[in-house]
Design a protein around this ligand. Structure first.
Ligand code: B16
Ligand code: MG
Length: 218
């Protein structure tokens, strides 16, 4: 049993991962560097600045100054925020909302552990403003996933011991971060196949089964 479930946001609660992709793609096209879904998968859970470094390295572009990198990140974020403005509560699936409500009905605390500095804006857009018991995001961390900081702070804000928390992630970097935090993890999407994930999920609602049984039995 778990006392808290800590959810990654992008790619788990909602599909903002597709918007990250579109925004990075627009920037990469302007810079003339290649960018595809495979590179995009390396950016899941990784901070904005580190994501740019991955894209530039992959594209072999080594000449940008720090100021140009800062402007490139700002440009990507403007495109991304424009896409977020189009989001509405319709972007929260019934499966995700019903599962969250079901976990809450079991007496489990619900928290967010996201690398994003836009997390609160996204939660507002999809109608989950004020829903979670604790939020740890890109605005309160100094190190991005796979560092465990974001999840350890989420546990602290929710007043739950790390070993009583389950992390839900779509990113390998996030599964690694959960491991380093001493937390169990449930991987979805790409992360479902991660060797380090405690559980691999095909559907979000499987969380109800995972949390309904003593940990380690599935
Ligand atoms: P922002 P998560 C992460 O969110 C995304 O997966 C990653 O692609 C993004 O670069 C990072 O947030 C920072 O986002 O530019 O909005 O601050 O998956 O940890 O919820
Ligand atoms: Mg994610």
């Amino acid at each position: 049993q778990y006392d808290a479930v800590i959810f990654d946001l992008d790619g788990v609660i909602c599909h903002t991962d597709a918007y990250h992709y579109q925004a990075w793609k627009a920037l990469a096209d302007r810079l003339g560097v290649p960018f595809d879904e495979q590179v995009n998968n390396l950016l899941r859970g990784v901070s904005r600045e580190e994501s740019l470094e991955v894209i530039l390295k992959h594209g072999g572009l080594t000449t940008l100054t720090d100021e140009e990198k800062r402007r490139a990140c700002a440009e990507k974020n403007e495109i991304y925020k424009g896409l977020l403005d189009e989001m509405s509560p319709d972007d929260l699936s019934a499966e995700v909302k019903d599962t969250l409500d079901g976990l809450r009905a079991m007496g489990i605390k619900l928290a967010i552990g996201s690398s994003s500095k836009n997390a609160k804006k996204i939660l507002e857009r999809i109608g989950l403003d004020g829903y979670f018991d604790a939020i740890s995001d890109g605005t309160n961390i100094t190190r991005s996933k796979p560092d465990p900081e974001v999840f350890l702070l989420a546990a602290q804000y929710a007043a739950v011991d790390p070993e009583r928390c389950l992390v839900v992630e779509d990113a390998r970097a996030g599964i690694e971060a959960a491991c380093r935090a001493g937390m169990d993890s449930a991987g979805i999407g790409d992360a479902a196949l991660c060797e380090k994930a405690s559980y691999g999920m095909e559907t979000f609602s499987q969380l109800l089964t995972i949390c309904g049984k003593p940990s380690g039995l599935l």
